[in-house]
Every structure is written in C-alpha cells, then in structure tokens.
Design a protein around this ligand. Sequence first.
Ligand code: HEC
Ligand code: HEC
Length: 143
Amino acid sequence: MKKIFLFIFVLCVSIMINAEELSSLRGDHPLDEVSKVAEKKNWAKDGEPISRNYVQQPPLIPHKIKGYQINLKFNKCLSCHSWKKYRESGATKISQTHFKDRDGNDLAEVSARRYFCTQCHVPQANAKPLVENTFKPVDAVKN
Ligand code: HEC
Ligand code: HEC
C-alpha cells in the first residue's frame, strides 16, 4: 500500500515539474495582459514525398494546399490524386483502403470516411516542436 502512495506522490511531483516547463503557444502571460504577436508560420515549399515514421501513417503532404477546397460538391485533392486523374497530374493515387467503408465493403468511389483528406493528411510548416520529441521511426520504414 505504502508503495502505491509513494508512486502517486512521485507521479504528482513529476507532473508539476513538467507543467512548469511547458509553455503554450500564447506563452505564460496573465490573462489580462496582451500577449506577444505569434510568429508567422510559412508552409513548406512543394517537394518530394516525405518518408513515413511508421507503416500505417497517413503520408504527410509534401506540397502547399492553400485554397484547396473540399466540400460536398468538389474535392480539389481528388482532381490530382484520384485513380482517374493521377497519371496526368503525376500525383500518387489514393490507395485501396480509401475505397473501403466502415463495414469493410469495397466501394467504387472514395469512401465517405476518407473524403475529407485533411482530417488525416497535413502539410508541413516551419513550426518548432513545442516539446522535445525523441520518437524514432520503426525499422520497417527506415531508408
Ligand atoms: C495539382 C495537383 C495536386 C493537388 C490538387 C493535390 N496534390 Fe497532393 N500531390 C501532388 C503531387 C504531384 C505529389 C507528389 C508526388 C511525387 O512526387 O511522388 C503529391 C503528393 C501528395 C502526398 C504524398 C504521397 C506520398 O506517398 O507520400 C499526399 C499525402 C498528398 N499529396 C495529399 C494531398 C491532399 C490531401 C490534397 C488536397 C488538400 C492534395 N494532395 C492536392 C499533386 C497534387
Ligand atoms: C481517415 C484518415 C484518412 C483520410 C480521411 C484520407 N487518408 Fe489518405 N491515407 C491514410 C492512411 C492511413 C494512408 C497510408 C496507408 C494506406 O494507404 O491506407 C493513406 C495513404 C494515402 C496516399 C498514399 C498512397 C500510397 O499508395 O502510398 C495518398 C496519395 C493519400 N492517402 C491521399 C488521400 C486523399 C487525396 C484523401 C482525400 C480524398 C485522403 N487520402 C483521405 C489516411 C487517410
């Protein structure tokens, strides 16, 4: 029993120490003070595909997507990444998993659960990580 209390105590202390080191995007300003203007982030230039960190990862978007609309009637991403268009655009075609519905049925069109591409695929910006990260890619995708 004592061991459990000691464990909880150590956990609380380490959480408190970590909480002090963390600073949000807004910084640690009091609420009634005006905060500093946030640094402007620039989207990365169009480039080569970015290597993945684990096998099931949705690949990161290696190009700008400013102004690309995805709505009920139109999906800009599919105008290059669909099976119909990928050859002429030179883009990677969406994989077969994008045609499966939630019950595992194979559809002829992109599944609704994969329609809003930016739910999973994100472009990159020059944003410094807020916290240190020591994550290493798995061996299967290292090149
Ligand atoms: C004008 C055509 C075009 C449009 C529109 C477009 N892309 Fe791309 N996309 C490309 C090309 C070309 C590549 C790079 C292919 C290469 O170099 O192998 C690419 C690469 C990618 C990749 C990387 C694939 C990989 O295997 O690593 C992802 C993910 C992606 N795009 C997602 C999107 C999403 C999401 C949208 C919509 C918000 C979008 N793209 C809109 C042309 C386009
Ligand atoms: C629910 C998450 C999700 C959504 C939404 C989604 N994707 Fe993906 N996508 C993935 C994952 C996970 C992978 C990697 C594994 C795979 O191929 O399924 C992937 C892979 C890809 C690839 C690389 C395929 C390959 O063969 O290497 C492209 C290109 C792509 N997606 C484009 C798109 C586009 C365009 C849309 C919107 C029409 C979209 N994705 C919507 C999760 C998603």
